[in-house]
Design a binder for this molecule. Structure first.
Ligand code: DO4
Ligand code: MG
Length: 284
């Protein structure tokens, strides 16, 4: 059982996904549940969804629906340098600041940064962008936590932390420009409730970048390679901060294409995370 949003009747509608069908949820049936985030924050989202299901409403087959990012009003944050592969890539791209990446990889305090806001998010299937003033761009395939206003991880989805490596490598103070620009963050398509996620250490992440009819890059990692726990990342994010609408947190990349690789316009980025699904976006 998973949850998401689809385009239906000209608006975004929350759905429960089960056995290949997207079942629309009627939010008017429970005044306490106004959004997908409210539903995910309940103790038993499956039970709550059952109460919002109109048995007479038609369910849609998954291959016939257009998924939207499963986000409401949450801020989107990201963690960096949580895998050794990312630490090494950062050290190679930014010779002058290499020591800071080694330090943050091993320090108790993680690197956390604001990545996006709901209105900036790219929906599944919509184009992500590379900056026109960047020469070295990559997607970063990241397990993404759906966190309640109380700081509890209630679900998991997929995030793409599009990044400009040359800008980030030139000077770490340019990180916000390397990370936060139009079309730099895609989320979705579905949220798997925490109770339905496979054992995290066994979960594989796969990135495939297609160029024309060839695979330009393919890489995998597993969450066992992550140097931090998802719980500690969520705890650090909520230290001395408040998220009245909850938050999403991209947990860092463990897959970095070789240094001679940069994304091109027209590439197709596909990120698969076991237990969640596949997030696919063309590059504008
Ligand atoms: O320090 C730069 C950001 C690294 C990052 O986004 C990642 O490791 O995923
Ligand atoms: Mg990242």
């Amino acid at each position: 059982m998973q949850f998401g949003k689809i385009r239906r009747g000209g608006r975004d509608t929350a759905v429960m996904v089960d056995r290949g069908l997207a079942v629309p949820l009627d939010m008017d049936r429970n005044p306490a549940i106004k959004s997908l985030a409210d539903l995910l924050n309940t103790p038993d989202p499956g039970k709550t969804a059952g109460e919002l299901t109109d048995l007479l409403a038609t369910a849609d087959r998954l291959d016939s629906v257009t998924f939207r990012a499963p986000i409401d009003q949450q801020e989107i944050w990201a963690a960096g340098v949580t895998y050794k592969r990312s630490k090494i890539a950062r050290e190679e791209e930014s010779v002058g600041a290499a020591q800071f990446y080694d330090k943050v990889y091993t320090a108790p305090r993680p690197e956390l940064f604001l990545k996006s806001t709901p209105s900036r998010v790219v929906h599944p299937g919509q184009p992500v962008r590379i900056r026109a003033d960047a020469t070295w761009s990559v997607p970063e395939p990241e397990l993404t936590l759906v966190i309640s206003p109380a700081g509890k991880i209630v679900g998991y989805t997929i995030g793409n932390d599009m990044s400009s490596r040359d800008i980030e490598g030139e000077n770490p103070l340019y990180l916000p420009q390397a990370k936060i620009y139009k079309g730099s963050c895609s989320i979705g398509p579905l949220v798997t409730p925490a109770s339905h996620m496979p054992e995290l250490s066994t979960v594989e992440i796969r990135l495939i970048i297609r160029r024309g009819n060839k695979i330009a890059f393919e890489g995998t990692t597993t969450l066992a390679q992550m140097a931090r726990t998802v719980e500690s990342l969520a705890e650090w994010l909520f230290k001395e901060n408040e998220f009245p609408n909850g938050a999403m947190l991209l947990t860092g990349t463990g897959i970095v294409p070789p240094d001679n690789f940069t994304l091109n316009s027209g590439d197709d980025v596909s990120i698969t995370i076991a237990g969640i699904g596949t997030l696919r976006n063309p590059v504008a």
